[in-house]
Design a protein around this ligand. Structure first.
Ligand SMILES: [Cu+2]
Length: 147
């Protein structure tokens, strides 16, 4: 009988300690933690003043996120979220950014499309992209033209 209550008390103490650690460290809180990197733009070989923007979005957090919008600092430049389905580019409302993973915006996959870019944009030209995430809010990154 004594042994049983001792074990029970131990379990309760363990539970309280585990909960306290969880609250302090945020384990299991389900928050995304994003880092953007390697942003590049490349001009379309067929369409005038159109470029594809690519980059890595690393989510090291415990929560899923979603890229839901994009803006560019240039006047009259339109930025859209695109994906490739059945070998065709389509405009999409959002791009998933799952927890503990890397979402790569790339040619032939999900990407950012820039339309109406200034004429004569040369190699090395830079533009600031503002990406909107459903949970992490707005993040900015500088993209460099590589062609
Ligand atoms: Cu596109």
């Amino acid at each position: 009988m004594r042994k049983k209550s001792y074990i029970l008390i131990c379990l309760v103490v363990l539970l309280v300690v585990a909960t306290a650690i969880g609250l302090v460290t945020g384990v299991g809180s389900g928050e995304p933690s994003l880092a953007l990197g390697g942003a590049e733009m490349s001009l379309s070989p067929v369409l005038l003043n159109v470029a594809t923007a690519t980059m890595d979005i690393v989510n090291s957090g415990d929560g899923d996120d979603r890229l839901v919008g994009v803006r560019v600092d240039g006047p009259r430049v339109i930025a859209e979220l695109h994906d490739v389905k059945d070998f065709r580019m389509v405009k999409v409302d959002g791009i998933p950014v799952p927890r503990r993973g890397t979402t790569t915006l790339r040619h032939g996959g999900p990407h950012i499309m820039l339309l109406g870019l200034p004429k004569g944009l040369g190699e090395g030209a830079q533009m600031t992209l503002s990406l909107s995430f459903a949970r992490s809010g707005e993040r900015q990154i500088m993209a460099k033209l590589i062609n």
